[in-house]
Design a binder for this molecule. Structure first.
Ligand code: ADP
Ligand code: ADP
Ligand code: ZN
Ligand code: ZN
Length: 847
């Protein structure tokens, strides 16, 4: 190989040459990276790996590509961010396989993303068994997303949305006056409907359940909209008298049945909150016409191997591959007479089956055999989705491109990592380059070339410490990665904590969990392990969270501050909660999920607002003599309140530029130049700085600046302890990585320390974390446990699992082959369990 780094001006054949990269925190980076190789970008979280791999290399490739293909796109680029870099040479076209945390539409599925569904439709169209007399259908007729294919009753959704008496009247012991019809509009409009019923002679003071069925049905379900005189404020008796006397009414009111109101509002309102409100009163049921299969009857009548296309699409991919293999090999049992009559059909079947089998094999190799084609992509984990897209690429026959991947090992059990490396090797041997941001040591060890970024995060990172073949990293003193890569010492032996009590679950049913019991120890740190698809998330992030949430009366047990999802018909139907807690709840007072979801989706939320730190800062500003003289209160220093903020950008500091077909981008506000406040507010200074300048400080700088101010010092200290002293106080939520968001959430929790009896749940918390950061995370989790809390993590990194007090291994395999508790105990005990696929990997980390 050549010299590791070459900063001279000469151009090296076969290399991508980057000069002067300054995106985000990158410090004018020069680096040469070989093409046709597996290149892994390493470095602590926040060091600048993604800024180099995605923000610079991929962004530049994308920009050039779009510029070359479409004059229309070119016009958009003037608004698109151009990476901060002087020069990039030798860059092939790039394909990014990034982990997307945003949700793609519900209508995209494993089958559509992998394009396997297209082939399956072709198979049914050309080689399916048609009922006698039925015409051959085009392939599109087998897709629920086309007018030709969609079931006419549910428009291809498989579910119909309706209201029921139960959904409209959740509590039937109430009277109409007491708002039994909860679905009615709030405030005046609801009273109006009640008064109309009074005029019409309905009884509004008897409990709903005691009203005659005929009346209940009319009030809820009628489509009639009678207009009657309304006497506002009169009792039923007085109303009757007024009607008899033909008094002048307060006004004429028009009645609307509750169903009509809910369905019309849902369909027509433009207000998201109204839509959300009425959605609560709707229930979805399986479409009676297609029975949830989403297709027209004609399409469902066509079979292959005796079953319709939807049944085939609901099989796990592993079973689908088994079913198709004999057809691909030309060995399936077929009707001899038919084969003779339609030899072309046999050839078509074999061709399509061969293609399907080859593509399925890649998915099986990547450990995704438990998925079904019909599974919608929003229900996949980001790691599953990325591997799905990776598998699709492996079969795409592209060459000469660079694939840029973001932690492809995320969500993968060590037992599945080999297959991932094989898939990457296939892409490479087809003549492609691979740029991979990765933390898993098993993957880093297989790199042809390592680009190590650091030495630390944020301002203190952004340099390329090393670029070369792996072995050369050994000698790079400033690298954090080398410690883990070369002298990985097993963790110091430790004695696991003893459980204080047990939280016991029984009859747990969800996805592949079939009525199992599980016991989670309280007062300790527990890791739940198992291969991808074994059922860890179903058990922990779904059932456990929902059961404990219900027991605590916590509505949506999301990480605090998380934004609710938009409601809509495309949403998956909520799964029924099956299982119960039989012991231990008395020792759980609160539950918190600490996830990697963004702490907010707009620049309006940031580090300081999320942690509550900003309240203290604003109070300090309001207490200055200058602020008092001007009568500025703490609210004046909020960029979310009209008084003090810049009006042009409404305190965002940015203005949003909407782009057709592309994600919107933010540009700095031209009026305040990003300061977010109006000039008057900025005149007030605390210790010589204005509020915008304070938001521009890093956590570390703020700690010095606010010395002796208990209101803010504590929060800042905790942020430093979780390793975030490089972040700016006003760093918008949109600029934070998942790992950073997670640590901010943890810091917010650690600040509250001392409460105890809280159950913390983390699903793969080490995703996106360098081993050094993972060690830091463990330190924080242990602090939570020491303070009398319980922590449960779903985890794949064995170094982390080995440092827990208790391990619950789920498996043994994925999907139907998993869903059972294989063994549970302290790490050393599970490491010795024969039946566990985790055991051998865990054993390697037990001292
Ligand atoms: P890594 O991939 O090594 O974890 P990143 O490249 O994501 O690191 O981030 C490097 C630094 O750049 C971090 O300090 C991060 O907060 C900052 N950063 C990331 N995204 C943005 C952005 N969109 N705007 C400004 N700063 C950002
Ligand atoms: P793990 O967390 O161990 O990777 P999961 O609990 O996510 O496993 O999945 C266990 C099984 O349940 C898999 O077969 C998976 O395909 C299935 N599954 C998980 N979530 C859903 C869902 N929303 N809809 C249908 N099947 C699901
Ligand atoms: Zn239907
Ligand atoms: Zn502004």
């Amino acid at each position: 190989q050549t010299r590791p780094t070459d900063h001279s001006g000469e151009r090296r054949e076969g290399y991508v040459r980057v000069r002067g990269a300054r995106e985000h925190n990158l410090k004018d980076v020069d680096v040469d990276i070989p093409r046709g190789a597996l290149v892994v970008f390493t470095g602590v979280s926040g060091s600048g790996k993604s800024s180099l791999a995605f923000g610079t290399l991929y962004a530049e490739a994308q920009r050039r590509y779009l510029e070359s293909v479409s004059p229309y796109a070119r016009r958009l680029f003037h608004q698109m961010p151009v990476p901060e870099v002087d020069e990039v040479d030798g860059l092939p076209p790039a394909v990014a396989l990034q982990q997307q945390r945003g949700s793609p539409t519900a209508r995209s599925s494993v089958g559509s993303v992998s394009t396997l569904s297209n082939s399956l439709r072709m198979l049914y169209s050309r080689a399916g068994d048609y009922p006698p007399g039925q015409e051959i259908l085009y392939a599109e007729s087998f897709s629920p997303n086309t007018p030709e294919g969609a079931c006419p009753q549910c428009s291809g959704l498989g579910r119909v949305y309706e209201v029921t008496e139960q959904s409209l009247v959740p509590d039937d012991t109430l009277t109409i006056r007491e708002r039994a019809v909860a679905a009615w509009p709030p405030a005046w409009h609801g009273q109006n409907l009640r008064d109309i019923l009074v005029t019409m002679g309905y009884d509004v003071d008897t409990p709903w359940r005691d009203l005659p069925k005929k009346d209940r049905d009319w009030i809820l379900f009628t489509d009639e909209t009678p207009t009657v005189p309304v006497y506002a404020g009169l009792t039923p008796k007085e109303t009757k008298a007024a009607l008899r006397r033909k008094d002048t009414p307060s006004y004429q009111g028009t009645f609307t049945g509750a169903r009509r109101y809910v369905l019309q509002t849902f369909a027509n309102t433009e207000s998201a909150s109204m839509k959300k409100r009425v959605a609560r009163y709707m229930v979805s049921t399986e479409c009676p016409l297609c029975r949830g299969k989403r297709l027209r009857r004609e399409a469902l009548a066509v079979t292959f191997a005796g079953i319709d296309i939807m049944e085939l699409s609901r099989m796990p991919l592993a079973r689908l591959a088994d079913l198709l293999t004999p057809y691909a090999a030309g060995q399936a049992k077929v009707d001899k007479a038919r084969a003779k009559e339609h030899p072309e059909q046999m050839i078509v079947t074999q061709r399509i089956a061969q293609d399907l089998c080859a593509r399925l094999q890649v998915l099986l190799d990547l450990g995704l055999g438990y998925l079904a084609l019909e599974r919608s992509t929003p229900t996949l984990s980001p790691g599953e989705l990325q591997r799905l897209r990776l598998a699709t690429q492996v079969r795409s026959n592209l060459f000469g491109v660079v694939y840029v991947l973001d932690e492809p090992s995320a969500g993968l059990h060590p037992a599945d990592t080999e297959a991932l490396l094989d898939a990457l090797a296939q892409l490479k041997s087809a003549g492609n380059s691979l740029f991979v941001v990765e933390h898993a040591l098993d993957v880093i060890r297989r790199a042809d070339w390592i680009v190590d970024v650091g030495p630390q995060a944020g301002e203190r990172g952004g340099q390329v410490l090393y670029s070369g073949v792996p072995d050369g990293l050994r000698k790079v003193e400033s690298s954090q990665t080398r410690h883990y890569l070369f002298n990985e010492k097993p963790l110091a032996p430790r004695t696991p904590r003893e459980p204080a009590d047990w939280l016991r679950l029984e009859g747990v049913r969800r996805n592949n969990l079939d009525g199992i019991s599980a016991a989670f120890p309280l007062g300790v740190l527990t890791a739940v392990t198992g291969v991808s698809g074994s059922g860890k998330s179903s058990l922990v992030s779904q059932v456990l969270v929902e059961l404990v949430g219900a027991a605590l009366g916590q509505g949506a047990p999301e990480g605090e501050g998380a934004e609710p999802e938009e409601p809509g018909l495309e949403q998956e139907a909520a799964l029924p909660l099956e299982g119960r807690i039989v012991a231990g709840m008395e020792n759980v007072r609160r539950m918190v999920r600490v996830d990697q979801k963004p702490i907010g989706r707009t620049p309006r939320s940031n580090l300081a607002t999320y942690t509550g730190l900003f309240d203290g800062v604003r109070k300090l500003f309001a207490a200055t003599p200058d602020a008092k003289k001007r009568r500025f209160d703490a609210g004046r220093f909020s960029f979310n309140v009209a008084k003090g903020r810049c009006e042009h950008c409404a305190g965002e500091g940015f203005v949003m530029v909407e782009l057709l077909f592309l994600p919107s981008v933010y540009a700095p506000c031209p009026t305040c130049e990003g300061a977010r406040y109006n000039a008057k507010t900025l005149e007030v200074r605390y210790r010589g700085k204005n509020i915008a300048e304070v938001l521009g400080m890093t956590v570390g700088e703020a700690l010095d600046f606010f010395e002796g101010e208990p209101l803010v010092e504590r929060a800042l200290q905790v942020l430093r302890e979780v390793g975030l002293d490089y972040l700016r106080l006003g760093q918008p939520a949109t600029e934070l990585s998942g790992g950073e968001a997670q640590r901010i959430k943890l810091a917010t929790e650690l600040q509250r320390a001392g409460r105890g009896n809280t159950l913390y749940i983390l699903d793969e918390p080490t995703t996106g974390l360098h081993p050094l950061d993972a060690d830091r995370l463990m330190l924080q989790l242990n602090r939570l446990v020491d303070a009398g809390n319980t922590v449960i993590v779903v985890e794949h990194t064995m170094r982390v699992v080995a440092g827990c007090d208790w391990v619950i291994d789920v498996g043994p395999g994925a999907g139907d082959e998993g869903g059972r508790l294989i063994c549970a105990g302290p790490p050393a005990e599970v490491a010795a369990c024969r039946a566990s696929r985790t055991a051998p990997y865990l054993a390697a980390h037990i001292a």
